[in-house]
Design a protein around this ligand. Structure first.
Ligand code: HMG
Length: 395
């Protein structure tokens, strides 16, 4: 059987963060609630000249070798922070990155689950046309009302992946456990920038979906828990992995005891310093495991759980390809995370919550981003993007 999966993967996060200890001080609560109770240390904060398009372009750029550029047949952009009701955000990226015209570009939405739908569709497309590659990007900004219990779970970032046959990093297995249920646990009506959320219900639905998808995954021929040495969960905040694992402790006690909490702790490292990136969060957890594990993961199996409120869940699995380590961008990603600038609460408030009046069609934004591609502003309601490295050189 043809092996299909993730051939290359890249992370982008904005160059600024707010420490959760700062937020706790403003909220006048014990910082350990956020640091330990929620499991978050920093939230990534985009300046006004970054959006899901510029973050996605910055994540995808390192993957685009001439060979890859020639063979991308489809761009799938998953987001729930869309910038247009009609045009796919992927088309801006297609333009910015000069991708070939013989290509289809689409946007997927189902809360945080969208990127998993994209990944599964990419695998099916490669199965049909094995010489083509698919660019799957997950890019999001997680934003709630200030001074609410949810604010501590905000974040921003993007993951870009190349899906191909004979992948160099991860073979995706064919077994799938899915679960859909119509529920209002988290939603964002069109006219609202910030999400509405019923926090406790959302956690309940996440855990119920995990239970149901696990059962369906096993019925589909999926591997027993004892064969999955590592688990990556959708991480809206890193404590969620502990809650998810407790489901396995209840329904698969012996196997859960054998694989233990070390099955998920390495996958929490990046998320703890970034925050919720909705569609990208599960894949940030996967990258965290691959790039921070001290053991060689070659040929080991990983269980992955994707959850998108509303709700759709999916449990699937994958195995790590021998030699995967040499194809990761660990040094670049660690540098990206370590070189970020700390913000104070006032600066974060201005950047995160100040909005431009939607009636204003033309405006320019000052350059604040540390990234290569940036959101420049708008001309007659058309969003403008630029490669800031080129414009600095006067090109
Ligand atoms: P809350 O009500 O402020 O939290 O909201 P809490 O009172 O339940 O406390 C949280 C934890 O901190 C508890 O531990 C406390 O004991 C502990 P737990 O019982 O959970 O193990 N704690 C402390 N620990 C140490 N020292 C202390 C201390 N004080 C308390 N001093 C909530 C938490 C997550 C509900 C809120 O932040 C929220 O609404 N977040 C947004 C929604 C969310 O993230 N839901 C997750 C599941 S749904 C999902 O993942 C989908 C999503 O990504 C959206 C999408 O799909 O698009 C959100």
């Amino acid at each position: 059987m043809m092996r299909i999966g993730i051939d290359d993967i890249s992370l982008y996060v904005p160059g600024f963060f707010l420490p959760l200890a700062t937020l706790a001080k403003v909220h006048n609560i014990d910082p350990n609630k956020y640091l330990l109770g929620i499991g978050q240390e920093k939230m990534a904060v985009p300046p006004p000249d970054e959006d899901i398009v510029s973050m996605a372009a910055n994540a995808a750029k390192p993957l685009l070798t001439p060979l890859v550029m020639e063979s991308i047949s489809t761009v799938i952009l998953a987001t729930e922070s869309g910038v247009d009701q009609s045009k796919s955000a992927g088309l801006f990226i297609h333009g910015i990155l000069n991708l070939r015209a013989n290509c289809r570009v689409i946007e997927f939405k189902q809360a945080c689950y969208g990127a998993t739908a994209g990944l599964q569709m990419a695998c099916a497309l490669v199965n049909q046309r094995p010489n083509e590659r698919i660019l799957v990007i997950a890019s999001d900004i997680s934003c709630y009302q200030p001074n609410t219990d949810a604010e501590c779970t905000e974040g921003a970032g993007a993951i870009a992946m190349i899906v191909s046959q004979s992948p160099r990093i991860l073979n995706i297995h064919p077994y799938q456990g899915r679960y859909s249920f119509d529920v209002m646990d988290f939603w964002r009506p069109n006219q609202h920038k910030m999400a509405f959320v019923d926090g406790k219900l959302s956690i309940e639905m996440y855990l119920e979906s995990l239970k149901q998808t696990w059962q369906n995954y096993r019925l589909d021929g999926g591997l027993p828990l004892s064969s999955l040495r590592h688990l990556c969960f959708h991480l809206p905040f890193t404590k969620m992995a502990q809650k998810a694992f407790s489901i396995f402790e209840a329904i698969e006690p012996k196997a859960a005891k054998d694989i233990g909490p070390q099955s998920y702790t390495t996958s929490q490292i990046y998320g703890r310093d970034i925050g919720n990136c909705y569609t990208a969060s599960l894949y940030i957890a996967l990258l965290s495991l691959l790039e921070n594990s001290t053991e060689d993961l070659s040929e080991q199996n990983i269980g992955l759980f994707s959850y998108g409120s509303g709700c759709v869940g999916e449990f699937f699995s994958a195995s790590v390809v021998k030699g995967y380590n040499t194809h990761l961008r660990k040094t670049e990603h660690h540098r990206l995370l370590q070189s970020r600038h700390e913000l104070n609460y006032e600066q974060y408030l201005v950047w995160f919550y100040q909005d431009i009046d939607p009636q204003i069609g033309s405006y320019e934004l000052p350059q604040l981003t540390c990234g290569r591609y940036r959101f420049n502003g708008s001309k007659n309601h058309c969003r403008q993007y630029e490669n800031s490295q080129q414009s600095q050189k006067g090109n």
